[in-house]
Design a protein around this ligand. Structure first.
Ligand code: PRX
Length: 635
């Protein structure tokens, strides 16, 4: 039996038991047998959730790119590492072999070095889904610079906040990006962001859409000529196991985004091991994750996890609806995709189109289907299972988070019997707990509570960049000696988990985490706005959509409401990005408040979701009379 590759349910239980009885011995074996190290560790794990501090593979030395690239060269040099599928299907796909990827990463690392980037420096990457994105991520890792990829749908303000938070020295971007039939002026957004970023020394610009852009002398450099001149060897920097590999920002319920910091060794071991098992990847398989590398799913399951296993991973630049709603299925057929990993929101959007587009394509290559990012509703699950998987390909509903680095609760395909809407069983090494509101663990089955994790796993984020106290307060303070996920969950009669959703003020819209506070802050900047409260409400494609209740200042009362709605959504787009726009905006004379002046979002959530029969007692509010008025005026 190989602990690295689990092939049936009995094996899962055996390996799981081993992994929780003696986690150190278990991960020691996995790390030793399946990765290359410059130096082995002195100690597998030391941890203390009260500080909190977690260290895996202490004092080991490695470079993750040697595991993702160099070690494959003797056996997989000519194997395709990345298939790049462009936005426009008429443009040819690119097949980049492991040898070519290695050379391109080394060249890029030399360019970074020439521009003064050193181990430990932060480099912000703001690129569309083109090969340069994966290559720049790996080049940073090769040189030991900490990459901070910012999703290229974020606004200039959101970008500058992230650049300044980690004090990045360089930005890597492109002249623009394609998104379906549109182009986006990425370089213009970077220029605007950099007006507020005094510490950026250089900007590297990849050419993608051949648009006319302005280049600032001394600061901006076209990437291609630099790469052409660069040497194609670069000795990887030796990194300590616990050196930061990257920062990735995620929304919190309050305050600015949290820069989650991931480690080099633990993250590598965990993403590689989960990838192998959750997708049951076999040597000649073609694997495709539709996420953007700007999110954790792309980091872990487009780049690092697949490449550490020598896999072929597809990178898709476009959108599911261009040139038509058959695009995903066209790509599956064209590249004979074996594992397909996407978000429930995409499934719902495609299911809305019926099966016309699906039926035109040969999907017989598919073996495993995956979902991630939000709960999948039963209808979408069945549609996916019947029409895409033809009831033959197991669906892995994978629950995890930016903070966890890799998949935490998931079926193992062909082993774990699946159950619609259930993420099912904890992955190897993961020890979940459901907690009640008094801080006690709820034991047994058929129970519901707040989802925590009791024991460290190698992929856990080690801190929030520049704010360890916030890391402690957010994840380790609600429950003693536990990592608190912010999610609620149920455990059924056989021990399967079903994630019920966030229990804090984070709302997941189309699979993207959005904190309510930053959106409210953006709205409140509008000169006509007095106060605002954002809640989520059910949406048939997005999962949840945003509903804003807004009170106006006296001066705003006479303004046209439709114009105000447009201005407010524009403000949100400018401050955060179009993903945070509100679907509904209700202007109201007052917001329900507790006697201490806190807005009662619970009541607003029920009203937005048409559950006014479940409001509970509102008589203790400071202003109970506003509730009925809000209901009467609901959109
Ligand atoms: O609420 C959970 C939801 O997404 C949150 C994490 O979001 P993010 O850090 O952006 O990472 C998304 C990709 C890993 C979780 O706290 N979530 C994620 N996967 C699932 C899910 N909710 C239900 N089922 C899932 N499979």
């Amino acid at each position: 039996m190989s602990n690295y590759h689990i092939k049936h349910l009995e094996e899962y239980y055996q390996v799981y038991r081993k992994s929780v009885r003696n986690p150190e011995q278990f991960w020691d074996e996995i790390a030793e047998e399946h990765f290359v190290w410059r130096k082995k560790w002195d100690n597998v794990l030391s941890w203390d959730f009260t500080k909190p501090e977690v260290k895996w593979f202490e004092n080991a030395k490695l470079n993750i790119t040697e595991n993702c690239l160099d070690r494959h060269l003797p056996t997989r040099g000519d194997k395709t590492a990345i298939i790049f599928e462009p936005n426009d299907p008429k443009e040819q796909a690119q097949h980049i072999t492991y040898s070519q990827l290695h050379a391109r990463v080394c060249k890029f690392a030399n360019v970074l070095k020439d521009k003064g980037i050193k181990k430990g420096d932060r480099v912000c990457i703001y690129l569309p889904m083109i090969p340069e994105l994966a290559i720049s991520v790996l080049a940073c890792a090769r040189i030991g610079a900490i990459h901070s990829v910012v999703f290229a749908g974020f606004s200039a303000t959101a970008l500058s906040t992230r650049i300044n938070d980690c004090d990045a020295k360089m930005v890597i971007t492109s002249d623009g990006s394609y998104r379906g039939s549109k182009t986006i002026d990425l370089k213009g957004i970077v220029d605007e962001a950099l007006e507020d970023c005094p510490n950026i020394d250089s900007v590297l610009v990849a050419k993608r859409i051949n648009s006319k852009i302005s280049m600032k002398d001394g600061r901006d450099h076209w990437l291609q000529p630099l790469l052409e001149d660069a040497h194609q060897d670069f000795t990887a920097e030796v990194m300590d196991a616990e050196d930061a590999l990257f920062i990735l920002y995620t929304s919190g319920s309050t305050g600015k985004p949290k820069g989650m910091v991931h480690s080099s060794a633990g993250y590598m071991v965990y993403t590689a091991y989960t990838f192998k098992n959750v997708f049951q990847y076999k040597e000649d398989d073609i694997y495709w994750c539709t996420a953007d590398i700007g999110w954790i799913t792309g980091h872990s399951y487009i780049v690092y996890g697949p490449l550490a296993n020598g896999a072929t991973t597809v990178m898709f630049e476009g959108v599911p609806s261009y040139p038509d709603f058959g695009r995903f299925w066209d790509i599956v057929q064209k590249h004979k995709v074996n594992q397909f990993y996407t978000a429930p929101t995409a499934i719902r959007a495609l299911a809305k189109q019926g099966t016309e587009y699906v039926d035109k394509h040969d999907l017989s290559s598919l073996k495993v289907l995956g979902t991630v990012g939000e709960p999948i509703n039963e209808e979408a699950w069945h549609w996916y299972n019947e029409n895409i998987g033809k009831k033959k390909s197991p669906i892995v509903d994978t629950w995890w988070q930016t903070e966890t680095g890799g998949i935490m609760i998931t079926p193992i395909p062909f082993s774990t019997p699946t159950k619609p809407t259930y993420a099912t069983l904890p992955f190897i090494g993961i020890q979940p707990a459901l907690m009640d509101e008094n801080g006690d663990e709820i034991k047994g089955n058929q129970v519901e509570g707040r989802l925590c994790i009791k024991y460290p796993w190698p992929g856990i984020a080690r801190t929030i960049w520049g704010d360890h106290q916030r890391y402690k307060d957010t994840y380790f303070s609600a429950y003693k000696n536990m990592y608190f996920t912010g999610d609620g969950a149920m455990r059924d009669e056989v021990g399967y988990y079903r994630i019920t959703g966030r229990v804090d003020d984070v709302i997941i819209v189309s699979g993207h985490n959005l904190g309510t506070a930053p959106i409210e802050d953006a709205i409140n900047e509008h000169q006509a706005v007095a106060e605002s409260a954002i809640v989520g409400f059910p949406h048939d494609v997005k999962g949840s959509a945003l509903y804003g209740y807004i009170t106006l200042k006296d001066s705003g009362e006479s303004r046209n409401h439709d114009n105000l709605r447009k201005e407010i959504n524009q403000l949100i787009t400018d401050r955060i990005g179009p993903i945070a726009k509100l679907d509904k905006i209700q202007f109201t004379n007052g917001l329900p408040k507790t006697r201490s002046g806190k807005i009662m979002r619970r009541i607003l959530r029920k009203i937005a979701s048409n559950e006014t029969d479940k409001l509970g007692d509102t008589s203790t509010l400071l202003n109970p009379e506003v509730v009925q008025r809000i209901i009467d005026e609901k959109l």
